[in-house]
Design a protein around this ligand. Sequence first.
Ligand code: 5GP
Length: 202
Amino acid sequence: MADGILIIISGPSGVGKGTVCRYLLKLKAALKLSVSTTTRPPRPGEKEGKEYNFTTTSHFKELIDDDSFLEWAVVHDHYYGTRREAVKTLLARGKDLILEIDIQGADQVRKKVHDAVYIFLAPPSMSILEQRITGRGTEDPSRIESRLETARREMEAYHLYDYIVVNDTVEDAAGLISSIIDAERCKVSRGARPPGQGGENN
Ligand code: 5GP
C-alpha cells in the first residue's frame, strides 16, 4: 500500500483555514486532519482532543525536549505543535493527512518531508482579510493589531508553496483543495500505475 499524502495548509491568520479544512473533511471522507497540541486556552465550544490537545507550557516544553514534535511554533504568544508519532502512523496506514499549521511550522516540515504538498490559502483581498480578523470577535482587542501585522507578513510567504488557493467561498476553496489532492494521487512519482503495471484491476 502506498503511503498517505501529507498536505500542509497554511495562510495568514484570519484567512479561514479552519473552516475550509472542516468543509474539506466533509468532501473527502477518508481524509484525516491532524489534531495539534497547544498551550492556548480553549475557546468556547472547543473540546479537548477535537480542535486541539490542550496542555500546559511546561508539558509542551517537555515534549519539545523529548523531540516529540514534527514541527512547533509560537503563534500569538502560545505554543502550537504537531506530534511526530501520530503523523507517521497515519501516513504509514495510507491515510492522506492535513496539517493546518502556520507558516513557521510549514517551513520546518519543508526541511524534513520532501514529498508533502504545500498549499497556501489566500484571502480574496487584503481588505477582506483585515475585516475577517477585526470582526471575528473571539480576540481581545489588544491582540487584533498584532494579528493584523502577522497576517500582512505571512502573506509574503506564498512563493514557498506549491499551490495557492483563494478562499473566496469556503465551498470553492475546499473543492479546489480536494481536486489538488486527487491530482497528487494520480502522479506516477507517487506510485500511481496503470493496470498491468502494478495498478488496480491488474
Ligand atoms: P488558533 O489559535 O486561531 O486556532 O490558531 C492560530 C494559528 O496557529 C493558526 O495560524 C493555525 O494555523 C496555527 N496552528 C495551529 N496548529 C498548529 C500547529 O500544530 N503548528 C503550527 N506551527 N501552527 C499551528
